[in-house]
Design a protein around this ligand. Structure first.
Ligand SMILES: Nc1ncnc2c1ncn2[C@@H]1O[C@H](COP(=O)(O)OP(=O)(O)OP(=O)(O)O)[C@@H](O)[C@H]1O
Ligand SMILES: [Mg+2]
Length: 254
């Protein structure tokens, strides 16, 4: 397994509440990992630590390709993103008045703007258009390219969010409940999109999800968080038949 993301005893306390409890995890580049757990288990907080949105109370975070990991624990969110950790943003991140293509262009220009080079303006424009076309095709948005985002359905906007997150060419792509608020058709579409992307691009997907059908369908590996700590970690069949996992979910409904 080539590790692309690693945490060492990562911890976050809010006062007396331990939201993330010394989590040590290594995410392999070749697998889709799901992070599951009852409400309040610490999944979103864990993502917020990884992406630099929250500062850890202790522990460290490492990110990189081909086993070449570098520490990102203290990096601010824009640095973390630039270094290859992307997250599907909330729909509010989309510019409603702009078309799908314009939104993807903005994301791409913002990312490119951070890299200094000597290519001519025309060459850059051509490359930008090619990159945007490719991102639109990857996320099944080619036919909606000229549509203003404010007229898109919830499911279509989720695809735009994914295109924006891919615009930074991530090493690791975190999705927080990608099927939340979606109907069964939209859910099936997003699941097959994630699988296609996993085949087509070089990013590693990490997904948090409450829909167990989705989890079973897309995961190569499942990590269960309960009260901030790793309760189980392994192959889907093994993890989902673990009594402690069932109990953690039942306990949360009591
Ligand atoms: N900014 C904060 N200040 C104080 N407590 C917080 C804060 N953010 C999260 N928490 C608490 O940390 C715990 C973990 O919350 P978190 O949102 O990470 O859970 P989750 O696993 O994402 O849950 P869900 O499945 O409902 O999305 C909860 O008890 C929550 O109330
Ligand atoms: Mg959450």
């Amino acid at each position: 397994m080539t590790t692309v993301l690693k945490t060492e005893e990562l911890r976050k306390q809010f006062g007396d509440l331990v939201a993330v409890d010394d989590v040590s995890l290594e995410i392999g580049g070749e697998e889709i990992t799901s992070i599951i757990g009852p409400n309040g288990a610490g999944k979103t907080t864990f993502y917020n630590l990884l992406t630099g949105v929250l500062e850890p109370s202790s522990g460290s975070i490492w990110l990189g390709k081909e086993g070449d990991l570098r520490e990102i624990t203290d990096d601010p969110p824009h640095e973390v993103a630039r270094n290859g950790l992307s997250r599907s943003y909330q729909i509010t991140n989309i510019f409603e008045g702009l078309t799908v293509r314009e939104n993807v262009q903005v994301a791409r220009i913002t990312h490119e703007g951070r890299t200094f080079d000597f290519r001519s303006r025309a060459a850059k424009d051509e490359e930008l258009n090619e990159d945007v076309d490719e991102l639109l095709a990857l996320t099944n948005l080619t036919e909606l390219a000229e549509t203003p985002c404010e007229t898109l359905s919830h499911g279509e906007k989720r695809n735009v969010e994914i295109a924006l997150a891919l615009a930074i060419e991530p090493t690791v792509f975190l999705l927080d409940e990608p099927t939340a608020g979606m109907n069964p058709t939209e859910t099936r579409e997003i699941v097959s999109l994630i699988r296609e992307l996993d085949e087509d691009i070089d990013a590693t997907f990490v997904v948090t999800e409450h829909n167990m059908d989705v989890v079973t369908d897309i995961s190569d590996r499942i990590v269960v968080l309960a009260e901030g700590a790793v309760l189980a970690d392994g192959e889907p069949r093994e993890v989902l038949s673990d009594e402690r996992v069932t109990e953690a979910y039942l306990g949360s409904e009591a």
